[in-house]
Design a protein around this ligand. Structure first.
Ligand code: ARG
Length: 507
């Protein structure tokens, strides 16, 4: 800083150009520095999450200012060099400030003098913070997308091994109809595929630049908003400057997509907890925990924590909407609290996705125990009724016969004994033997859980050939999502590289 610099900020009391030591900063001045509310106002600690994003945004904005002739190229070079230095020192070394944006600006001014203040030409912290949030959130969303795709892969792999492994299917947590482990796991692959889609859709809307909106009302400077968007790898801008600076709908949408994903995982976790309790699935030790007092215990803690993360994620989504509801245009400081926790929640949900996938991939599915459980509670009853209806009986009559048989059929009955009970019920209800409609052999086959499952070959059903189609479709979907994810990562990496190259032209 030079004394004769016309741009040097002047302290009102001393008449001296201001340094930034003590409580006041380049932006706050002494009137708004210090006092009991300063800490409450400050988001500097939480802003560690957007420190890197802020530096990228500062760099892109500075390059654009130089390209547009708004800031001299040599000054831009000094600012950009100072930003490198600020980055090397790290977030922890920043001077005091209400937030990272102000602290970084102060740090630049501390290094190069008042010219550092030119960095904030034609922008506001309002468009700056909105851009930083989006810049950081893109990475979190892509990480979450990646985790969902990997989880789907794990599900498909295990499903592939268990296309013929019968298991009980439940409704109301009561034995309902037998299915296969593959069919069960693919039900979650379907849910996670939609979670991938929702996250990617959120990403598309997050990936727009608000920069250049200034406080909300635009700027008289000849800024090139498309250029900063390009330098930061955004796929265009949020055009209306009031919308750009004020909207946080993308946070609500991202949090909702994360909460929906966490809810999918929570259902999977709950199932596996129940299956472990029934002794049909055993988690790998790596995904279990034990008791500090009961040495025999092997507990599904990882899955319980997965279930727990859903609560936090739902809280993030509802908290975000509650905060946004009724905020007037354009900027209100409430917004500082809108994004503080989303990055952490995104990380928690990503981790839960990875852990749930790992638990599924490494669990032992006890085929014998599953087969035994699959037939419990006369779970093949619907299949027997279907068989009678296919033999020409009205389904309602068939339902009545099998309902009557259900009173008599017991777990452990041989197929022959169970078929005899169905026959007896048929005679009671219709006065005719079963053989008037179907062969005894077919009834016994319908009473077998594996045969029963194999017979349900409707599209998307559990019969192995129907599952084979689903497996192929799931694999194709995973591959397409992997390609799309790689393209998005490449685009961001290319933008980072291009921005670095532009910066190098000045430094
Ligand atoms: N840290 C603030 C935030 O996150 C920056 C914006 C401050 N803007 C203002 N008009 N007071 O929202």
């Amino acid at each position: 800083m030079t004394d004769d610099d016309p741009d040097a900020a002047t302290d009102a009391d001393t008449g001296e150009t201001t340094g930034t030591s003590g409580g006041d900063t380049a932006v706050r001045r002494d009137r708004f520095s210090g006092g009991p509310a300063r800490e409450f106002l400050s988001s500097l600690a939480a802003d560690a999450a957007i420190f890197e994003a802020d530096l990228a945004v500062d760099r892109a904005h500075t390059v654009m200012l130089a390209e547009q002739g708004i800031v001299d190229g040599a000054v831009a070079g000094e600012i950009l060099a100072a930003l490198d230095d600020v980055e090397a020192a790290g977030h922890g070394a920043l001077p005091d400030g209400e937030d990272v944006h102000e602290a970084v600006e102060t740090a630049v001014i501390d290094r190069i003098g008042p010219d550092g203040g030119r960095m904030h030409t034609a922008r506001s912290r309002n468009d700056e913070v909105a851009t930083c949030i989006r810049h950081r959130l893109r990475e979190d969303l892509l990480d979450a997308v990646e985790a969902t795709v990997a989880a789907r892969e794990a599900l498909v792999e295990v499903a592939d091994e268990h296309a013929e492994t019968v298991m009980p299917g439940y409704t109301h947590l009561q034995p309902a109809q037998p299915t296969t482990v593959a069919h069960y796991l693919l039900s979650y692959e379907g849910g996670l595929a939609r979670d991938t889609e929702r996250l990617r859709a959120a990403y598309d809307r997050v990936n727009r630049s608000p920069l250049g909106a200034a406080a909300f009302a635009g700027t008289p400077f000849d800024v090139d908003r498309d250029r900063t968007a390009e330098l930061l790898g955004f796929d265009g801008t949020v055009r209306n400057s009031m919308d750009a600076a004020s909207t946080r709908d993308f946070l609500a949408e991202s949090a909702s997509a994360l909460a929906t994903l966490a809810t999918t995982l929570s259902g999977l976790a709950e199932d596996l907890i129940v299956f472990s309790n029934k002794g049909v699935v055993e988690l790998a030790d790596a995904y279990a925990s034990t008791s500090s007092i009961m040495p025999q215990k092997k507990n599904p803690d990882t899955l319980e924590l997965t279930r727990g993360v859903a609560g936090d994620a739902i809280g993030e989504a509802t908290g975000t909407l509650s905060l946004l509801k009724g905020l007037p245009r354009a900027y209100n400081r409430d917004l500082q609290r809108a994004h503080a926790s989303v990055f952490e929640i995104a990380g928690d949900v990503r981790e839960a996705t990875e852990v749930a996938a790992g638990a599924v991939a490494t669990a032992d599915w006890d085929e014998a125990a599953l087969a035994a459980a699959a037939g419990e509670g006369f779970s093949t009853a619907t299949g027997v009724a279907d068989l009678l209806a296919m033999g020409g009986m009205p389904f309602r009559t068939a339902h009545e016969i099998v309902a009557a048989a259900a009173e008599a059929v017991e777990d452990g009955d041989s197929p022959d004994a169970a078929a005899a009970k169905v026959d007896e019920a048929a005679r009671k209800v219709t006065g005719e033997p079963l053989s008037a409609y179907v062969s005894r052999e077919d009834v016994e086959s319908a009473l077998d859980p594996a045969e029963s499952t194999a017979s349900r070959d409707s599209a998307g059903g559990p019969a192995p050939e129907a599952v084979a189609d689903e497996l192929a479709a799931a694999e194709a979907g995973i591959e397409a999502d992997e390609d799309a994810l790689a393209a998005e990562r490449d685009a961001l990496a290319a933008a980072t590289e291009a921005l670095d190259a532009e910066v190098d032209r000045y430094v």
